[in-house]
Ligand binder design. Structure first.
Ligand code: BG6
Length: 443
């Protein structure tokens, strides 16, 4: 079994919600399964003053990590405290902190003596627009090299997102079709059932374009459309994503807001923040020139579903398509809640001369491999950071390019209103694939 040894894991903001709900349970499971091995320590750090015992009590019972879990109040003196616990090959520091303190915290850590051996992990949002993302990258780079900085995008840790690479580059069938000569359009959808719930304060300062599109959806699009990496090395993959991001351009966009959003807790009663966004993009490169890319994401839409649809060009108006009504082929990637791939194609209706019906090749990950092991993105992400694998983390170049793509449409125009629990009619008049009709939705 692969495991890490002699490593220190430091969580800043350890008494907060993310640490308690996600990070500590993930570390406990990793320890239980032996992946966090000999000579490892975990230090929680925060403004509160706790003894180790008080900290354990505050978190609840996590038996596996208990013997290696410590607490240190604040960053001052943290280096000395760590050294008193032993010598560590790798040190990772998770910023479970508000993004506005990332840069100052990096300064403080550096002053405390966290140098070349340290890797810092930061959560999104990474910046608020291109300017602030550049500034944050610049500030972090004053203290840490790019290879020491790990920017999380939890969508990259989803099985079905990782499978995009395999689908494209481990099959010879599809790559010849993956271009403007064959693809009519690309559609990426991320619908959420829930509204903003208790996250009004954060969300109202952000909106769907910053919260979902700039990172998760643009990252999926990059994996779907990038050129083949030279190797599977994380830098080769990240560079290919950056190359395609550089060529993306938004053509049109529209923003919406669900009725009642302004009455949500901690939301400004005059807010113009979008809870729904639709965009049309182009990828200005040789492979994709002329292919529209549609992106849609929203909250309170009545269903949870993330899908990618590739609609292929229609066959010529000859033989079976003289009236131009034959449905084009489609490939649908179900990212969640179930993971699978559907290929729509035409078949002859038995007993007729040549009546045509649509049929589906339907691959479901759980039918093929059994029910999925509950996915825990944080276990995967923490292990990768400990092992120095940055494939599932986003580079400085990628974040800046993604902001650059969207910079012109952030906060543009007033949002239209839509009813909670309903998918609004496309404000851009896009002929969306009805993803709901696919099997993925029934699970
Ligand atoms: C987060 C956003 O990054 O992703 C949330 O901040 C959103 O607003 C969430 O709900 C969606 O993630 P998932 O994994 O549930 O699709």
């Amino acid at each position: 079994m692969k495991n890490v040894k002699n490593s220190a894991i430091i969580i800043l903001g350890a008494s907060g919600d993310l640490a308690r709900r996600k990070l500590i349970p993930a570390l406990d499971s990793l320890r239980k399964s032996g992946k966090i091995g000999k000579g490892c320590v975990i230090i929680g750090s925060g403004r509160k003053v706790f003894t180790d015992d008080e900290f354990h009590k505050h978190l609840g019972s996590f038996d596996a990590i208990s013997p290696i879990l410590h607490y240190h109040s604040g960053i001052k003196g943290l280096r000395g405290y760590l050294d008193s616990l032993g010598e560590f090959k790798t040190i990772i520091v998770f910023f479970s902190l508000p993004p506005k303190v990332y840069a100052d915290t990096a300064d403080e850590l550096h002053k405390e003596g966290f140098g070349r051996k340290t890797r810092i992990i930061v959560e999104k949002p990474f910046g608020y627009d291109l300017k602030s993302a550049r500034e944050l990258n610049r500030r972090l780079s004053e203290n840490f090299e790019e290879e020491q900085i790990y920017r999380i995008d939890h969508y990259l840790a989803k099985e079905a997102v990782q499978n995009l690479l395999i689908f494209r580059f481990a099959n010879s069938l599809f790559d010849p079709l993956w271009n403007a000569a064959n693809v009519e359009s690309i559609q990426i959808n991320a619908s959420e059932e829930i509204g903003v719930e208790s996250r009004g304060a954060y969300f109202d300062g952000s909106g769907v374009i910053r919260d979902m599109v700039q990172n998760h959806l643009v990252q999926m699009l990059a994996l779907l459309t990038m050129e083949a990496p030279v190797t599977l090395d994380s830098e080769d993959i990240r560079n290919q994503k950056a190359n395609v991001l550089k060529t993306m351009e938004v053509i049109r966009s529209a923003r919406g807001q669900y009725e009642g959003y302004r009455n949500e807790p901690m939301v400004n009663p005059d807010s113009t923040t979008e809870t729904y966004a639709e965009l049309e993009l182009r990828i200005r490169n040789f492979r994709w020139e002329g292919v529209p890319v549609y992106i849609r994401s929203g909250k309170a839409l009545g269903r949870k579903g993330t899908e990618i649809g590739i609609r292929f060009k229609s066959i010529p108006r000859l033989l079976f398509n003289a009236d131009g009504k034959l449905e084009p082929n489609r490939i649908i990637f179900h990212i969640q809640p179930v993971t699978g791939i559907v290929i729509d194609h035409a078949v002859k209706v038995p007993g007729t001369d040549h009546d045509i019906a649509q049929s589906r090749l339907d691959f479901s990950l759980s039918d093929a491999f059994g029910p999925p092991v509950p996915e825990d993105a944080y276990q995967r992400l923490l292990m990768d950071a400990l092992e120095g694998d940055r494939t599932l983390y986003v580079s400085a170049k990628e974040t800046e390019m993604a902001w650059d793509v969207l910079d012109g449409v952030l906060d543009a125009g007033s949002p239209f209103l839509y009813r909670r629990g309903e998918l609004p009619e496309s404000p851009l008049g896009i002929d969306w694939i009805d993803f709901k009709e696919y099997k993925g939705d029934s699970c």
